[in-house]
Every structure is written in C-alpha cells, then in structure tokens.
Design a protein around this ligand. Structure first.
Ligand code: ZN
Length: 162
C-alpha cells in the first residue's frame, strides 16, 4: 500500500511539473472544453482524428494537480489508439475512479493508469481525475463542452454514499 501511494504521488508530481502534450492543436478535428465546478478545473482538449484513429491529442487549461496529471497521462495513453479503444479506456477509468472496477481482480486495459485507483477513497477528487476522460468522450462525440455537473454527464456518480 505504501508503495502504491508513493508511486501515485510521484506520477502526479511528475506530470504536474511536466505535462505531456500540453497546448492546443492547430489542426484539430475535435475539440471540447471540460469544467469541474466543484474544484475549479477547466481544461481544453483538442484532437486530430483520422478515420478511426486518434492521431494527436493535446490539452491546456487551469486545473488542480490530479486533474492535470490525469489529463497528461490520458494524452499519452490514447494517442495513436482507435476511437473505440479510447472509449473503452474512458469507461474503465471512470469505473476504477468510482470504485466500480477493481483493477486488482478484474481484467482491464488501464496499464499504468491504475495509479489513479486510490482516488476512489478521496470522494472530492474523483471528478478531478475523471474530468479529462469525460472531456475526451465529449470531444469524440462532438460535444463542444461538458461539465461534471451536467445532467447528461456520462461519468456522473453520486459522490455521497461512495
Ligand atoms: Zn480538481
């Protein structure tokens, strides 16, 4: 447990200091803006999709460390993947962060993203970690903006009672 906590902190710090794929794509085919009013996270995501493949993905904005690290890792993971594979990971990440997917006992495609499994014990941070994934889903589905508080929120989970 101590090891996974240390890894989590290392990953968050590293991606927060040096976010990967930072900025906006000049030739984006898909864009979305994500808001998490609970924390104040506000990110912009731009993608270049060619056929079924996500060729490039970048993000920028103002967010807390967990959101930024999650977004940074997300860009490295989904770049080069098919839209379909990316959506599978979106769902798995959401289920892991909300405690519905136990990555230790169930098959998944999350790889090193499992460092975020610990947010399930931090209800106020769950939406910070999910926001980039939620925004990716919105961008792939031609929604210009999304919020973790929206009615149609596909990642919506009642935090109370977790
Ligand atoms: Zn946040």
């Amino acid at each position: 447990m101590a090891d996974s906590r240390n890894l989590y902190q290392e990953v968050i710090l590293d991606h927060n200091k040096k976010p990967r794929n930072w900025g906006a794509l000049a030739d984006a085919t898909h864009k979305s803006e994500g808001l998490n009013p609970l924390c104040g996270d506000h990110i912009h995501l731009s993608l270049r999709v060619n056929g079924a493949t996500i060729e490039a993905v970048q993000f920028e904005g103002e967010s807390c460390a967990i959101c930024k690290a999650s977004a940074s890792m997300m860009t490295t993971v989904v770049k080069g993947k098919s839209r379909e594979d990316a959506e599978v990971i979106v769902n798995e990440f959401r289920d892991m962060a909300t405690g519905k997917l136990d990555t230790a006992s169930s098959p998944h495609h999350l790889g090193r993203l499992t460092v975020f499994a610990g947010v399930r014990d931090l209800p106020t941070r769950v939406k910070c970690a999910i926001l980039p994934w939620h925004t990716l889903h919105a961008a792939l589905n031609a929604q210009a903006s999304t919020s973790t508080e929206a009615d149609a929120d596909p990642a919506h989970t009642p935090v109370i009672g977790l």
